[in-house]
Design a protein around this ligand. Structure first.
Ligand code: CP3
Length: 347
């Protein structure tokens, strides 16, 4: 069965023409059918914890566009929520958590208690594996410990992660304890997803770009390496992608030292730099600006060609450099898929 899944063959070192395509946040508010299901579910986390509805919104973009991969519908903040730090999604504002402040707060997090909610997400994966077309790769995911910790310490999103960077400088022992819990919980969570039918994994480190080099090693590379090693011990040959957003000049080191099989490149990474440092050495994914997909038209088409011509000669997966935004016209996504799949794009 798996052999039919085209996207997975890039991990055997094959450059495919046309390249496989999926988009980060391909399920979401830009689709009217997502908004309808979301309204039925009530809260955002209710949607994540109702397998029938979570599977339904995962399938919506596959039905519309026939992407090569489907990403499980859930959120990186399922992990802190399952560990016992309640997460709320405030309409129009984003996630809110009661910030962790002390070693005692960290000690209260419970991996044993997380099993129940992790099990619900695994049930979504199981349904998806049954309902997806056989050729569609199913991607499981989690947030990387550093990025998840920024929400757990900061209590919400921020542009500079100042609260968490300060916490880690002030009390590295407690911060390490938190990262260790997140590593262990992430391995349990991802192992459950793979056993339920996920073909590959992606680890989202959306805020990797805010750390200086020593802290990048300690809070981004080391925990990611441990998660990847543990999962590969449990599931030899399992492809794992990293998304160290904003890692910039740390990217090649991230590739060499974490053991990931591929890197999702953010919008700011120059194509020639990706070509020179990552492409051909690992699977590369990316990196169209999500706002260019909102704009559409000739500039979008030009950039898509440029990306595919520069990166498509080596094992490559077409994607955005960050998630789809809600303002995206669904017909621009249809045009993008048509364009990436048009013969002779590499020409
Ligand atoms: O389709 C998919 O990509 C799968 C599902 C998915 C979601 N979030 C659904 C979601 C995935 C993989 C994520 C990852 C995620 N979540 C990240 C890492 C990637 C990134 O974007 O940097 C982060 C940092 C989060 C945390 C998060 N979730 C925030 C900050 C927000 C609020 C901002 C926003 O866009 O509303 C969310 C909510 C969220 N997660 C939505 C979706 C579809 C929107 C919620 C809604 O329907 O109201």
């Amino acid at each position: 069965m798996k052999a039919q899944r085209r996207l997975l063959t890039v991990f055997d070192g094959r450059a495919l023409s046309p390249p496989p395509i999926w988009l980060m946040r391909q399920a979401g508010r830009y689709l009217p059918e997502y908004r309808a299901t979301r309204a039925k579910a009530g809260g955002f986390l209710d949607l994540c914890y109702t397998p029938a509805l979570a599977a339904e919104v995962t399938l919506q973009p596959i039905r519309r566009y026939g992407f090569d991969a489907s990403i499980l519908f859930a959120d990186i903040l399922v992990v802190p929520d399952a560990l016992g730090q309640a997460v709320r999604f405030v309409e129009g504002e984003g996630p809110r958590l009661d910030p962790l402040r002390s070693a005692a707060d960290v000690a209260r997090l419970s991996i044993a208690a997380a099993a129940q909610k992790f099990g619900i997400v695994a049930e979504t994966v199981q349904r998806l594996r049954q309902d997806l077309p056989a050729e569609t790769t199913l991607i499981g995911f989690c947030g990387a410990p550093w990025t998840v910790a920024t929400y757990m310490i900061g209590g919400q999103g921020s542009n500079d992660q100042a609260a968490t960077r300060s916490f880690a400088y002030r009390d590295p022992v407690t911060f390490q304890a938190l990262v260790d819990v997140l590593v262990e919980a992430s391995v349990v969570y991802l192992d459950g997803q793979v056993r339920a039918g996920a073909d590959m994994l992606q680890i989202f480190d959306s805020w990797a770009g805010s750390l200086p080099e020593d802290e990048f090693d300690r809070w981004v590379i080391a925990p990611t390496r441990k998660i990847v090693a543990d999962l590969k011990r449990l599931h030899p040959g399992l492809p794992v992608m990293g998304f160290p957003r904003g890692a910039g000049l740390h990217g090649a080191r991230f590739m060499r030292e974490t053991g990931v099989d591929g890197i999702s490149c953010d919008t700011s990474m120059p194509l020639q730099h990706i070509r020179g440092t990552l492409s051909g050495r690992t699977v590369v994914q990316g990196n169209l600006d999500p706002l260019l997909l909102v704009a559409g038209g000739a500039p979008l088409e030009r950039r898509v060609r440029e990306i595919v011509r520069t990166l498509g000669v080596n094992p490559f997966i077409f994607n955005l450099g960050h998630g789809i935004v809600p303002e995206t016209p669904p017909e621009h996504v249809a045009r993008l898929v048509e364009l990436v799949r048009s013969p002779g794009l590499l020409g």
